[in-house]
Design a protein around this ligand. Structure first.
Ligand SMILES: *Cc1c(COP(=O)(O)O)cnc(C)c1O
Length: 360
């Protein structure tokens, strides 16, 4: 017989190295618990959580170079990306039938294209896993609704040349979206050009439930203009408010309140400290792997992709390390807030021991 739900234990983060989820900030967890039954999808009735959402969007806007941003707290990066594509399709002319993205773009764009009946044109990346601007320009045509740039790719943590991609979109008269779902909480503390202040960005995804340390679910869609949200809005006859731009109806009050709480607590000093910690740790870890003879992709953001022999990767999983691979086969270690130096030292110790046993 299965143990009761109360006896089950959630996955411990101790050996979780490839996930973009992490331990929420304690202030986020407390806020989540208090607002667990509030519905931000009905702001007329649940006005306290609606106020928190307004504050969260303002803080995310500040982080992304647009203090007056429009937007909302989504169920995650997927919904934010889907809605960015959705708005682009609705705002253009009838020919808006394709979107152009680098092959490093998250699979949520495949969902968006499929749902919206559009063609997703993926363009090969350059030798260092970033969007190839000329190839993107060549793929854009009169029917392109949206160009996508990735600021912190899921597999390699790479940041595309955002201003150059924005210029391609502008020349073609299409909209431009930046997916910073994971990277957005690091990039304000780097010298990358990635946000609304750096380029003609129309919409941007940034997820509080990843590096932002909110509870799941809390993603973020930001837009430069109110027209973007208007293009998504439908009338809502039975609610106290007349229209709704979110894809989902009832939404998580816990997610919204926790995002507001985490941002209030951590933006900007707490996030800066975490970026510096994680960047140093990723550089150290990549160095340790290289010294052992494993080819590690130079970490641009705190994510290390490394070639490990198959038997070694399998053994590491076998003894409980939660690691995944990129499409090309490298193991990915995402240096999330729960990933400490001590845990990576234990991992390296295990790696050394197993490398001896499997004879690689
Ligand atoms: C994680 C991620 C997403 C998807 O976000 P979910 O919250 O899992 O829906 C989209 N884009 C990028 C770049 C991501 O890293």
């Amino acid at each position: 017989m299965q143990p009761s739900v109360g006896e089950r234990r959630p996955q411990s983060f101790e050996r979780v190295l490839s996930s973009m989820c992490t331990e929420p900030h304690p202030a986020a967890s407390r806020a989540a618990e208090r607002f667990i039954a509030s519905n931000p999808g009905d702001p007329g009735t649940y006005d306290a959580v609606a106020d928190l959402e307004t504050e969260a969007v303002a803080a995310l806007g500040e982080l992304a170079g647009l203090p007056e941003a429009h937007g909302y707290v989504t169920s995650g990066g997927t919904e934010a990306n889907v809605q960015a594509v959705h708005a682009a399709r609705n705002l253009g002319n009838a020919g808006n039938s394709n979107l152009v993205a680098p092959e490093s773009a998250h699979f949520s764009f495949s969902k968006a294209a499929e749902l919206l009946g559009m063609e997703l044109r993926t363009v090969p990346t350059d030798g260092d896993h970033r969007a190839d601007v000329d190839a993107v320009a060549a793929a854009v045509d009169d029917d392109t609704a949206l160009v996508v740039g990735v600021a912190g790719s899921t597999e390699y943590g790479r940041v595309d040349p955002i201003p150059e991609l924005a210029a391609v979109a502008e020349d073609a008269g299409t909209r431009f979206h930046v997916d910073a779902a994971w990277g957005g909480f690091y990039l304000p503390f780097t010298d990358h050009e990635w946000d609304f202040a750096d380029a003609a960005v129309d919409t941007l995804t940034v997820d509080p439930h990843k590096v932002g340390r909110a509870v799941v679910p809390a993603g973020g869609l930001l837009a430069r203009d109110a027209a973007t949200l208007d293009a998504l809005a439908v009338e809502t006859p039975y609610l106290e408010t007349p229209s709704q731009a979110s894809l989902t109806g009832t939404r998580s009050g816990a997610g919204v309140a926790s995002a507001a709480a985490a941002l209030a607590e951590l933006w900007p000093a707490g996030y800066r400290a975490e970026y510096e910690r994680a960047a140093d740790l990723a550089a150290w870890f990549a160095g340790e792997l290289s010294e052992r003879g494993y080819r590690a992709v130079d970490p641009e953001l705190p994510l290390v992709a490394v070639d490990l022999p198959d038997p070694l990767f399998d053994e590491l999983r076998e003894v409980g390390w939660r690691i995944t691979r990129t499409g090309a086969g490298e193991a990915r270690v995402v240096v999330m807030p729960h990933v400490s130096r001590e845990r990576l030292e234990v991992f390296l110790g295990t790696l050394d021991r197993l490398a001896g046993t499997v004879g690689v």
